[in-house]
Design a protein around this ligand. Sequence first.
Ligand code: AP5
Ligand code: ZN
Length: 215
Amino acid sequence: TRMVLLGPPGAGKGTQGQMLAERLDIPQIATGDILRKAVAEGSEVGQKAKSYMDAGDLVPDEIMVEIIRERLQAEDAQNGYILDGFPRTVAQAEALDEMLEAINQRLDHVIHIDVENEALVERLSGRLICRDCAASYHVRFNPPSKDKVCDSCGGELFQREDDQEETVRSRLGVFAERTQPLVEYYQQQGIYRKIDGDREPEAVLGEISRIIQAG
Ligand code: AP5
Ligand code: ZN
């Protein structure tokens, strides 16, 4: 399965992507995680990306397309993948389609996880992330069993720089303006489905799994 998880910041792309990757045994390719790792390592990409990310703006398309081009060539991506956070602009979607066409492949599903803005602000302002494995928690909705410690790997949990309320609101604006046009783009390809993301994570996962099984 080659699928895209589309949705505003905080919709649960990361949460669902991680569960789906385990269930389907294919990699979750999360561009936000890739960028945060590059920033932490101080690589060239990281240095270029940092100011955009901290401000809640999109990193330029050229940088993102090259990251994905390289990642999709990796051994573990040959039997499918879950794209989480890419594409985010029509230009990125077009570049992805070109890459896939060149090797006679296409996307199977684009699943839009829909959640309204006030719920997103609440989710993101309470979110905690693992420094080591990028697992995501929430102080109220999904608390770790031990304070500030990751249940899966024991890593330290922290709040993301861009999860402050003001930055969250501008990320929501960026989604509406730059990413929302992908709805029409993928509707035209007949692979788009919108689902209600304002439910328990297991319920959302169940619906995504049914869509995949239906083909
Ligand atoms: P990225 O890391 O992709 O951030 P995002 O899209 O803003 O998404 P989030 O990670 O904030 O949310 P999510 O949907 O994964 O939700 P999560 O599962 O964590 O990107 C960060 C930045 O990198 C961008 O701003 C940009 O600068 C740059 N970037 C990345 N990709 C790019 C691209 N392609 N082009 C250009 N720039 C790019 O859940 C959120 C919270 O809610 C958690 O606390 C979770 O526990 C909780 N939660 C999850 N599901 C539920 C549920 N069902 N009910 C209740 N709570 C829930
Ligand atoms: Zn962890």
